[in-house]
Structure formats: C-alpha cells, structure tokens
Design a protein around this ligand. Structure first.
Ligand code: ZN
Length: 295
C-alpha cells in the first residue's frame, strides 16, 4: 500500500503509482482482484488530484488534492474496497455495471439501483479457509471439519442477524443456485491490507437490465481468521465482523460515515451486530426491490 504521506501534483514514483491504483479501484470498483497489480501511472497529475479531492470530499477531509497525513491515514485504514460512489463520481468513468445505495439516513445520494430481484436470499461457501482458528496453541488447533463447522456457524449467526432484524431473509443454499458465494482467495497481493471485496449483482450496460444474479464475496485468504476476541491481538482478523460487513455490500449497501455501523468503512472487530443505521439501509433497499419494477 501507500507508504508515505505528502504526495502532491508533480510527485512521482512507486507510492504515487500505489495511490493511483487505490483511487482507480476506489472509484471504478474491483471486479477481478487478480488484476489488482495491473500497473497504474506513477505520476501525480491533475487526474490524480481531482480523484483525491473527490475521495477527500466523501470522507469529509480537507479537499486539498494533496495526500496529507489525515488523508493518508484514512486510505490506509480502509479495509475493504467498496464500489464506485455515485454522486461523488459525476463525470468520472465509474464502472457502469454497478450501482450501490448509500444508507439513506445520510442522504448522500440515491442511485439508479441494481440489486437482487428478490428479498429471500441464499448463500453458499465456495470454499473454507484453512486459516481459521480459535486457539493459539497448536495442541488445541481445530481439526479441519470442526473449523469448517465453525465457519458455517458464523454465517448461520449472520443469517439470523439479517433475517430477524431486517425485512430480508438469508439462509444457506440447498437448491444448488445460491445468490451469494463466499470464496476465500489468495489472489490478493502479499501484504495487502484489504480483508475482502464484494461484487453485487451487475447490470448489463446495453440493456440497462440486471446481467448477473449472484454476488461473490472474495475474502483475503492470506489473513488468519478467528471469532475468538482474545486472540485478535495476535494478528487474527475477526471473521464474523468481516463477513457481516461484506454481506452488506452484496445487498448493495455502501459504506456509511457513521462509526457505530457495520457498514462503516473502517474495520472494527467489535461490529458484529447490525446497528439501527444498517437496519435502515437494508430496509431501504428492500423497499426499492418491492416497489420498483426491475428487469
Ligand atoms: Zn466495505
């Protein structure tokens, strides 16, 4: 990621290249994490400046167009790349295949929505991580099948959280046609701080209709995962908090600037329950699906 603050128009080099890559992904959305390392330009030009200003605007920072310390810290604290931010993106080449909705509580924008065409959703694990652990001592390590069961328990908890607190229902797929795929992948570059990337249903840019009816969650399998709070300090990341957040994106929720919400942009292992803000966001999307015709 970006190592040094104080980059501005005219700066050059690897850090500028990383900044340009970050901005590209932030505004255009990551479809394929395997292409993440595709090189960006290494010059801080006026395009970089404009994009940085938009980023600063979104995060309520001083819109200087300079990578100052506060902006630097904000960028380095974003643990998952969400999708293009409409309303802050006019005139920019946003990925037209996405639309997401920001929590209406903040009135940031209303998108031309692209969502699932239904409100009873299912998920499946495409694979499980081998790096899920509850204990730090090898003697107490989980065997493979109980690790798998623990991961399924986490999704069971998340499903209940969504099904009881919002108007949606979510459950494990039994039909062979899941809506949400949870995939652990090592396609993230070594040292990448991102925990996950989520792709909601896509839109066909020619017809304007929904093109895909599923949502992959790509979870960084170079991290070690747990749901045991006492071992988080050993560098483990909380799988419950991460999946609950990413699942929110697959329901087309964007990040919220409200710190107590699951959909806050910064990772916090303590956010394992939907806040009222999140619930409002889910129900807002639900009402759109129920009241508007979608093709
Ligand atoms: Zn996110």
């Amino acid at each position: 990621m970006i190592k040094s603050p104080q980059l501005k128009k005219g700066s050059k080099g690897k850090d500028v290249q990383n900044l340009n890559t970050f901005l590209r992904d932030f505004f255009r959305g990551i479809v394929d994490v395997k292409n993440y390392e595709k090189a960006s330009k290494d010059i801080f030009d006026s395009e970089t400046e404009d994009e940085l200003k938009l980023f600063q605007k979104y995060y309520k920072l001083k819109e200087s167009g300079i990578l100052d310390k506060k902006t630097f810290l904000t960028i380095n604290n974003i643990k998952c790349i969400s999708l293009p931010i409409h309303g802050y993106n006019s005139g920019k080449a946003a990925n037209p295949e996405f639309d997401i909705v920001t929590n209406p509580d903040h009135q940031q924008y209303q998108a031309e929505h692209y969502f699932f065409g239904k409100t009873d959703l299912t998920y499946t694990f495409k694979n499980f991580t081998n790096l899920y652990e509850e204990h730090t001592t090898p003697q107490m390590a989980l065997d493979k099948s109980s690790s798998k069961e623990k991961q399924r328990d986490i999704m069971d908890y998340i499903s209940k959280e969504i099904s009881t607190k919002t108007k949606f229902t979510l459950k494990e797929d039994t039909s062979g046609k899941p809506d949400i795929f949870i995939e652990f992948t090592t396609a993230y570059p070594e040292g990448d701080p991102r925990l996950g990337t989520t792709i909601p249903p896509l839109r066909d840019t020619t017809t304007g209709c929904r093109k895909t009816d599923y949502s992959p969650l790509l979870i960084n399998d170079r991290k070690s995962w747990t749901d045991n709070a006492s071992i988080l300090r050993y560098g483990y990341k909380n799988l419950t908090a991460t999946l609950l957040h990413e699942i929110g994106h697959s329901f087309s929720l964007a990040h919220t600037p409200r710190e107590t919400s699951v959909m806050y942009f910064n990772y916090n292992e303590k956010r394992q329950k939907l806040a009222q803000d999140d619930i409002d966001g889910y129900n807002y999307v639900y009402n759109i699906i129920k009241t508007r015709l979608q093709c």
